[in-house]
Structures are given as structure tokens and as C-alpha cells.
Design a protein around this ligand. Structure first.
Ligand code: SF4
Length: 374
């Protein structure tokens, strides 16, 4: 089954105001919009027929002019005793994306969602970037991944991370709309602080997002402390080098009052050398050159940032190696000495290619599900 395309209205992705206007356009009172939002976002029903508080005559009319489902599950694979599930979803045009659900012992239910089919950023260590960008997802396709995972698991999501396939800020408008819908009380009602948007470092969009003054977490993929190395690993660095990126991150942290999370994928012998850890510590502890917003001490500057170290996850066809924990800890030590909050991220779902940087529609293109080589 494939979601219905183009000619009918996509309900998922509509704000309350848009749904109310849509209802009025059908000659119905505006409050029907709120009823539809409730069923679509909170009750995750798959058809208008199940919207039992709508007039019986209205339901088939809605079925004729609108579609409720934007992504349809095709397959799933499980890891961590079923606590991690990777879903493959099909979109209206037949394209597919992956979404990962993670259940944690502390009660958190987290879903990692995609914002694009493929990705055009070309990071050298990432599975998604290998095939390039096909297209942006609509806000409905982004939000519906969360709704469908709720429907499939029967669990309410507590956290959403925009870290699946694609660069979220390259699909800025749809990503921002999805953030608001996930947070809205009539939508999914997930606290803004429980939403994380990642970016590889699109400076203008980071500054735009700062102006929104949202309390979401921004995760910036850094991966190298020097421009030479970062440009090799993350080509967009040639457009917005590290100094510019950090300037935007400072502006974001200052405007929103939220700490930036820097993601750093460690690849053995490439970007995990101890001297690069020292360099990264110096870089993040550096004081900005003056200005009213300049933090007063190196330690305060460090408190604007959090560093997440992620030992590289194997990607079929790529030759990088995952460093052992000793090398990871040696890299982390100078950061901690600089007073920079640093964690090593324990990845879930590595053996089903569901971890960071591994998503690439493996089911769809027939690439085998690679077991972890580490
Ligand atoms: S790491 Fe992120 S931005 Fe880079 S290619 Fe992969 S999905 Fe795109």
C-alpha cells in the first residue's frame, strides 16, 4: 500500500488554523478542524471512518477530498531485544525513508525521524549521503513518522530527534512546521525541550532558528576541530568554516539560552588522534572576541557547549574504522580538562544499521543488514 498522492489534501502537516479553514471550506463549522486534529495526531487513526464524533455524512466526503496517511510502513527490523525498531516507510511517490524507535528503561520513548529522502550534504562517513538527495519531505511526512510509530507500537513518544535521513535545516520550512506540530497541544504535545534538531552546520538557517527562540535542542555535527580536516569529512565546511559555524552557535545559545550539543563521530586514525582532542578542547574553550554577549570566562564558554562523542558505526562499503574505548576516552580527556561537558554516546541498533549515520533505506535497495564489525 502507498499513501494517496497529490490530488487530495494532506491532513498530516496541517496546523489547527489550516484544519479549521479546511473544514470551513467544506461548509462545515471551523471546530471540525480541532476534531480532525485530535483524531489525526493524538489518536493516530488510519481513516476518517474512525472519527466517530464527526457527522456520518462528513466522513466519506473527507475520504474523497483528503488523505490521512502520509507514510506507510513497509518493513521493520528489531534489535536490543525488541527495544530498538527500525521502520521503512513508503511515501506517496514510492520513495522510502527510515525511522528508528528506541524504548529506554527510564521510561523514555524516543523516535529518530527523517526529513529528506537521501541527503545532499555528502559527509564521507555517512550511509545516507552516499546516494545523494532525492527530495525534501513535507511537514506531514515528517510528523506522520511519529504518529505511525505511535500507532504501530502503541506507545506515546516522549522524545523526537531529527537525526534520521537528511539535513533538517536544508528542509527548513517543513522541519520548523513539524517541530511546531509535534509540540502543539492539539498536535503530539511533546515538550519543546524533548525535541532535538540536528544540523551539519548551515549557518544562515541556524541564525534563523535562533530568531524563533524555541527551547528545542540544537545538535551540530562538528566531527573535526580544523577546517582542513572538517572540509574533507563534511564538505559544507568549505562554505561555512568552523569559525563562522561557532559564531552562529554562540548566537543561538545566547538568544535561546539553550546549550548546543556538538556531535563528533570518531573514526580511528582519521579524527580521533589525541592532539585533535586537545585542539577541539581549545577551540570550544576559546573566548569570542569581545562583545556584550561574550562569556566572561573560559569555563563559562565551555558551559555553552556539550560534546557527544560517537564511535563511528560501520557502513557497508565504507572503509573507516571504529576506535576502541581507550582511544575514545583519551580523546575525551582534554575536553573534560577544559571544563567542557562531554559524553560518549552508547549507540542503539548498530547491528541493524539503525544507528547514527547508518540509515539508507537498506530494505529498499537490497543492501544486506550488516552486523556490527566491532
Ligand atoms: S551526516 Fe547528516 S548531513 Fe551528512 S550526509 Fe549524512 S545525513 Fe546528510
Amino acid at each position: 500500500m502507498t499513501p494517496r498522492a497529490g490530488t487530495t489534501t494532506e491532513i498530516k502537516g496541517m496546523t489547527l488554523e489550516e484544519l479549521e479553514a479546511f473544514a470551513r471550506g467544506l461548509g462545515e463549522p471551523g471546530y471540525r478542524g480541532r476534531q480532525i486534529a485530535h483524531w489525526a495526531y493524538q489518536r493516530s487513526v488510519p481513516s476518517f471512518a474512525e472519527m466517530s464524533d464527526l457527522p456520518a455524512a462528513l466522513r466519506p466526503r473527507l475520504e474523497a477530498v483528503a488523505h490521512l496517511t502520509s507514510v506507510v510502513p513497509v518493513t521493520d527490523v528489531r534489535a536490543d531485544n525488541g527495544e530498538t525498531i527500525k521502520y521503512l516507510f513508503r511515501l506517496a511517490d514510492g520513495a522510502t525513508v527510515e525511522t528508528v524507535f528506541m524504548r529506554y528503561e527510564d521510561g523514555r520513548r524516543s523516535v529518530c525521524i527523517s526529513t529528506q529522502v537521501g541527503c545532499g550534504m555528502g559527509c564521507t562517513f555517512c550511509a545516507t549521503g552516499l546516494a545523494g538527495l532525492t527530495r525534501n519531505l513535507t511537514a506531514g511526512e515528517i510528523v506522520d513518522q511519529v504518529v505511525q510509530v505511535h500507532r504501530l507500537t502503541g506507545e506515546r513518544m516522549t522524545n523526537v530527534v531529527f537525526m534520521g535521513m537528511g539535513e533538517p535545516l536544508a528542509n527548513y520550512t517543513a522541519t520548523l512546521k513539524a517541530v511546531r506540530l509535534l509540540n502543539a497541544p492539539y498536535g503530539l504535545g511533546i515538550g519543546m525541550r524533548h525535541l532535538t534538531v540536528s544540523t551539519v552546520g548551515l549557518v544562515p538557517q541556524i541564525l534563523n532558528l535562533a530568531d524563533e527562540k524555541l527551547q528545542l535542542t540544537l545538535a551540530v555535527s562538528l566531527h573535526a576541530p580544523t577546517d582542513q580536516l572538517r572540509s574533507e569529512l563534511v564538505p559544507i565546511n568549505r562554505r561555512w568554516p568552523i569559525a563562522e559555524l561557532l559564531g552562529a552557535c554562540r548566537a543561538y545559545a545566547t538568544t535561546t539560552g539553550r546549550r548546543i550539543s556538538f556531535e563528533y563521530v570518531l573514526m580511528e586514525g582519521v579524527n580521533d588522534r589525541p592532539e585533535l582532542g586537545v585542539k577541539l578542547g581549545e577551540l570550544l574553550a576559546e573566548r569570542p572576541a569581545g562583545g556584550a554577549d561574550a562569556p566572561r570566562s573560559r569555563r563559562e564558554e565551555g558551559s555553552l557547549w556539550h560534546v557527544n562523542l560517537i564511535p563511528w558505526n560501520p557502513v557497508y562499503g565504507l572503509q573507516y574504522r571504529r576506535p576502541g574505548m581507550q582511544r575514545v576516552e583519551a580523546f575525551a580527556a582534554p575536553l573534560r580538562r577544559q571544563g567542557i561537558s562531554t559524553t560518549v554516546r552508547v549507540e542503539r541498533g548498530v547491528e541493524i544499521d539503525a544507528a547514527c549515520g547508518q540509515l539508507r533505506r537498506t530494505h529498499a535497495v537490497g543492501i544486506r543488514v550488516t552486523p556490527s564489525s566491532t
